[in-house]
Every structure is written in C-alpha cells, then in structure tokens.
Design a protein around this ligand. Structure first.
Ligand code: F0G
Length: 353
C-alpha cells in the first residue's frame, strides 16, 4: 500500500476533521521508520529512527501545522501567528502559503538555524525577530492572539497536538504494536504529549500498547528535569532552547502514565550523538534530534535495556536545517588542492586527517 495522501485524509477518523475542514495537504507524514544497526548494537536492543526530517518542510511540525491551519481556515481565519525556534515557523509559513493565509512569525534574534530562517522567508512569512528568547516570544504571541483577529498556531493550539499524534499511529502500523520505549527531545513539551496521546488512543481501540516515554532536554535548558523554570536557557540545540515549556503539565502526565522518565544530556553528548548518527547510521538530523540518541546511550549505561526491547527514537528535524552546526562541529573541512589528478590522488593517499 502506498499512502502519501497527507495525514488529514489518512487518519481522518482519528482527527477532528469534519465535512467543513478543507482538504489541506503537502503530503506530510508517512515518514520512514529506519532500523539503526549500529545503535542497536551499542545499546543491546532494537533501535529504530522515526525520521521526521522527511516531512515536506523537514520537521515533525508539518503534522501539527496541517491540522491547525486547516481548522483556522474552517473557522474563517485569514491570518496565523506563532513564536518559534525555527521549525514551527517554517511549517506555519508553508501551510499558510498553501492555504492563502497571512503568516507572522516571531523569532528569538540570533538563535534560529539558517535553514529554518531561509524557509520562513522563502514561503513568504512576515518574520519579526525580538531581543528575547523563545519563552518571551511565546508570551507575546499568546497576548497578541488573545486580543487581535489572528490565529495562534503554537502547540497551545490543541489542533497541533492532534495532528502530531499521528506519528505514533504510523509507528504502531510499522511495528504491528507499540515499541517498549519512545525516546524524544523535549522543548516546549508538545510533541512528547502528542505521541503519548496517539499511543494511548490506539491502545484503547486496538490494544496496541503504550511505550514508556523517555524525554530528553538539553542540560542548559532542562526545566522539567530540574523542576524549575530556566530564565536564560542555553544549548547548541537551538530548537529546544526553551526554559518554560507550555505543555509542562501534559508532559508530566505522559511521563507518569507511561512510567517513563525525563533526563538531561549535555551539548557535548548531543554533538557526539549528532555525528555518530550521520557517520555510523547514515542519517542526518539536526542537533535537537540527536538528544534522544545521546539519551538512550546514557540510559543504557545506567539501566540496560532487555535484548528484545524496541526503542524508537524520534528524529524531529532534518540535518540540513542547521548547516552552520554541521560545518562548525567538524574540525576538518574541505581540503583545497590544485586541480589535477596528481594533486587529488595525493590528497586521497594521505587519507582523512
Ligand atoms: N525537535 C525539534 C527539531 C524542534 O524544532 C522542536 C521544537 C522540538 C524537538 C521539541 O518539540 O517543543 O514539542 O517539545 N521546536 C519548536 C519550534 C519550539 O518553534 O520550532 P516540543
């Protein structure tokens, strides 16, 4: 069977889709679940990568945004707004363009990866940057949307999590049942909550099981792990540079209901996992997406998994989103040589330095 019809058509029965909901789609979803042999060997269990970087704008946000924008159109809205560390703005801009809506995005100046900013501009969004972090930007857009005729499409809009829960359905379809563990990066904490909702809903109707949720925050932006708001969050994984997650309570519920856990990984561990993922598995994901990889390696060292366990790591965003980190995190870059066979072969013979 071949899908790629987009999630609204494909999971209509499980979503708040009515006769009045426009059939919005950029053929999001239906992303690959890639087996990870190297990581499986490292943690002595079966590791899979849910590659959300294969979505139309390169992140999982497309699933939530198609639902939120379709409902905004259904409700007669003409404009949407969001705060973003980059991926939400890229998705909002794309679906707004497709639906013919105005799109305004508020971003923290200097902390949005280049590819994401390029996308928001390319899709024609109105980009406003503030001298403040994501948490401050979110406070502002919530305030604006409460007073002005513009629809908020951050994950506090409940349609976002509805759309995002469909990734859990796809994992159950691919594996025949839920895995034992779902490892995921946590920023504003919407996605971990959406996955848990998706697994729990299908478990109700299909007895497919609910995985233990393993959430990972960056050590410099770990409010849920530490149990307190982080006023000045900082991490190389700018996507999850968040100090006061909007879905904090929902995430806590998902963690306790699934008997899961949340832990922090350092920027060093994130970067090591980021490189290992690309160089050992051939899968390029952005730094935030490497947090669950770093996380399961750390987890396995402390509490070994069972050999039959299946662990799905959600790779939330494509590696191409953040070209600056890709280039700067490698001490070796392209070697410049003279344009001749001899010079090129000499460089090859010298080997990788
Ligand atoms: N991974 C990536 C690549 C993200 O862009 C985000 C969130 C997350 C993980 C965390 O997901 O917030 O649901 O816990 N990005 C948001 C944005 C904040 O604006 O693009 P979460």
């Amino acid at each position: 069977t071949h899908h790629r019809t987009g999630i609204l058509a494909r999971f209509k029965k499980d979503l708040p889709v009515t006769e009045k909901t426009p059939p919005l789609s950029l053929c999001e979803g239906d992303t690959p679940l890639i087996p990870a042999p190297y990581l499986s060997q490292r943690v002595q269990a079966h590791v899979y990568l849910k590659y959300e970087g294969a979505n139309p704008t390169g992140s999982f946000k497309d699933r939530g945004m198609v639902m939120a924008v379709a409902k905004a159109v259904e409700e007669g809205s003409h404009a949407i707004i969001c705060a973003s560390t980059g991926n939400t703005s890229a998705a909002a801009a794309a679906y707004a363009a497709r639906a013919g809506l105005r799109c305004v995005v508020i971003i923290p100046a200097g902390y949005v990866a280049l590819g994401k900013l390029a996308q928001a501009l390319a899709y024609g969004a109105e980009v406003i940057s503030i001298e403040g972090n994501f948490d401050e930007a979110l406070t502002i857009v919530r305030d604006v949307a409460a007073h002005e005729p513009i629809t908020l499409v951050n994950s506090v809009n409940p349609y976002r999590l509805q759309g995002q829960k469909t990734a859990a359905f796809e994992i159950v379809e691919a594996l025949g049942q839920a895995p034992e563990y779902l490892a995921i990066p946590v920023g504003n904490a919407g996605n971990i909550s959406a996955y848990h909702m998706g697994f729990a809903e299908w478990n109700q109707t299909r007895q497919s099981g609910v995985p233990r949720m393993l959430g990972f925050q960056a050590a410099g932006a770990a409010p849920i792990v530490n149990g307190q708001i982080v006023a000045k969050p900082d991490t190389i994984a700018t996507a999850i540079r968040i100090g006061n997650p909007a879905s904090w309570q929902l995430a806590k519920n998902a963690l306790s209901e699934s008997r899961g856990a949340i832990a922090a990984v350092t920027d060093e561990e994130i970067l090591e996992a980021y490189k290992l993922l690309a160089q050992r598995e051939g899968v390029f994901a952005e730094p935030a997406s490497a947090a669950p990889i770093a996380g399961i390696l750390k987890h396995a060292a402390q509490h070994p998994f069972s050999p039959d366990d299946k662990i799905v790591c959600v790779l939330t965003g494509n590696g191409l989103k953040d070209p600056d980190t890709a280039v700067s995190s490698h001490s070796v870059s392209a070697r410049a040589v003279e344009a001749s066979r001899a010079a090129v072969w000499r460089a090859i013979a010298e080997g990788k330095s």
